[in-house]
Ligand binder design. Structure first.
Ligand code: ZN
Length: 272
């Protein structure tokens, strides 16, 4: 039990860091990027641009209020408690802190607990457990940016892939091959959509399915597709009724599917 509490607490600290990073980068994208320009430049220029975003992971070194720029004291930075204690407001200027700060701390806490549970059930090597947590954490930054700005910078997908490639080498070489095919397919589609100036399907979503393959193997792909579609449909319907919006950032549903998929295996549920 104590292990689960430690994992949850570690998750909240990391979640706080990941969320702050994602919010800083989202801010840069929203305010300094011309998305039309961004969509027209070549892939490599885009990637170079995104690499420069990585400095915002560690800048500013000490967290500060995004609004009044006052440096936060250590006791303003305790996951969950600080948010509740300050009632979701900056200690200095009383600006409302977006709910997603608290949300990310709790969610990443639960992700760490779940992954630890899978680790004990499936009994895979410790290094795999750490690398999967690393990949999911990097990907989480991309997902929050997606929620904020409707785009996932490729750099967070590429960084998330690296630990997963390591896990699949050499035994999961077929997964890597399949993943490469998915990636090439995504880039060709990206190119076609640029030429036609139309978006039929989210390119990054295709790559996220590729990441699911790297974690769970090729046989999981139909089930992951199915679960993410069901989750997507539920959220889509909910938002349609409540807010009458059509936007669907599908990335988050694929991410949720990746997090909960092992539960199906543990409870012996087979969808097909
Ligand atoms: Zn402030």
């Amino acid at each position: 039990m104590i292990n689960y509490i430690i994992m949850f607490f570690m998750g909240t600290i990391i979640g706080s860091f990941l969320n702050a990073t994602a919010m800083r980068i989202s801010y840069i994208i929203e305010n300094f990027y011309d998305k039309n320009f961004y969509n027209k430049i070549s892939y490599f220029k885009e990637l170079l641009l995104e690499i420069t975003l990585l400095k915002y992971m560690f800048y500013p070194l000490r967290s500060e209020c995004p609004k009044c720029k006052n440096k936060l004291k250590w006791y303003h930075n305790i996951p969950i408690f600080s948010y509740l204690f300050l009632q979701g407001k900056c200690a200095y200027c009383k600006t409302t802190i977006p709910f997603i700060y608290l949300f990310s701390e709790i969610i990443v806490g639960f992700i760490f607990v779940l992954e630890y549970y899978y680790y004990t059930v499936f009994n895979f090597p410790l290094i795999y457990f750490i690398l999967i947590l690393l990949a999911l954490s990097i990907l989480y930054i991309g997902i929050v940016i997606d929620i904020q700005t409707m785009l996932i910078p490729d750099i967070f997908i590429i960084l998330a892939i690296l630990p997963l490639i390591y896990i699949n080498f050499p035994l999961g070489i077929d997964n890597i091959k399949f993943f490469v095919y998915i990636f090439i397919f995504a880039y060709i589609l990206h190119y076609i959509q640029l030429k036609l100036n139309k978006v039929f399907i989210g390119i990054q979503d295709i790559k996220l399915y590729g990441i699911a393959v790297l974690i769970f193997g090729i046989n999981s792909i139909m089930e992951i597709l199915f679960i993410s579609s069901i989750i997507g449909l539920i959220f889509f319907t909910y938002r349609k009724i409540k807010y009458n919006t059509n936007v669907g950032d599908f990335g988050v549903y694929i991410y949720i599917s990746i997090i909960i998929y092992p539960l199906l295996k543990i409870y012996g549920i087979s969808l097909f």
